[in-house]
Every structure is written in C-alpha cells, then in structure tokens.
Design a protein around this ligand. Sequence first.
Ligand SMILES: [Zn+2]
Length: 188
Amino acid sequence: MSIFPIVTYDHSGLRTPAEPIPENNDGLPEFIDNLFDTMHQAGGVGLAAPQVGIPLQLFVVDADIMTEEEDGTKHGPGVFINPEVTPVGDEEWDAEEGCLSLPDVREKVTRPYRIKIRYFDREFQVREEEHEGWYARVLQHEFDHLKGVLFIDYLGSFRKRLLRGKLQNIIDGKVETEYLVVAKNADR
Ligand SMILES: [Zn+2]
C-alpha cells in the first residue's frame, strides 16, 4: 500500500490533459489500489490520477458516504478508465463541491443533472451507464480533472475574486490538511 501526495491548486499536474491508458498496462492494478488508498486516507469520495501528478485518464470513486446521505443511493467503489461523459437532457442543478486539490474551498457549481458515462472498468471491459444526481456530479467532477478542469473554473469572476486569498494560501502551502499534499510554492 502506498499513499501518494495530492497535488494542489496551481500545480501544473492539475492543468495537464490526461492521456488514454492502453490495455495490458502492467502497473495498472497496483496504481489503482494506491489511488483508492490515497483517496480513502484523505477522506475523499473521488480521486483522479492527475491529482497525484500522473497524467492518465483514470479516476476512482467511492461516493456512497455522500450519495447515501444526500439522495439515498448506493453505487459501491468504481474504477473509470478512459471515460467519456456526456450530459443527458437539459436539466441542471446547483450544489456545493469541494476537492482534495483545493483544500478549504467549497463553492456552488451548476452541472447537468443526468449523464451518460462510457468507460473501461478495472478488467478493461467497456461499460456504458447513465447516472443522475450526486453520483453524476461526482463523476463529472472527476472527469473534469482528466481534462485539466477544476470546479472553480465554473465560477463567475466575482466569486473567483473572493477566493483569491484562499487560493494564494494553497499555493503558498499555508493550508492545513490531514493528508499529504504538494503545494507549488511550499518549501518541502
Ligand atoms: Zn477534485
């Protein structure tokens, strides 16, 4: 078991579009286990490979703790390789999001309510599913990480301006976390 440090705001790893993963990738099962360990240790419900500085199209999710409380649904742990997410219908909704790479930042984000996701699972079997509500939100948030997108990118300029101080604190490594992080300007 290895725990990776999580890269935080302004780290170039969060802005680098991730590469597709070829089938028969030897190190993949171990990497996936380590991603789960890192996510669980950090108390997150989702973690994308770019958040540990690895630019691959892969994220893991274990969101039952959130979805059961928020809308009473259970999904179990999921591994999503080379995913593609597309909205289904026009319905959108707002909810507050956070991110292990943006400690202390929580903001309301508008997203499609229902999505379709096509991906390869841990056994590299192709799957296609539709999800809605909180689980769909988590999947969209993680999918964004594979494109170098953060949830704060959806905020208006006024909200972004209010966040400047918090973001600078993250860059400077001044935010306390209960998990290992890599801050861009911190002396570690
Ligand atoms: Zn995130």
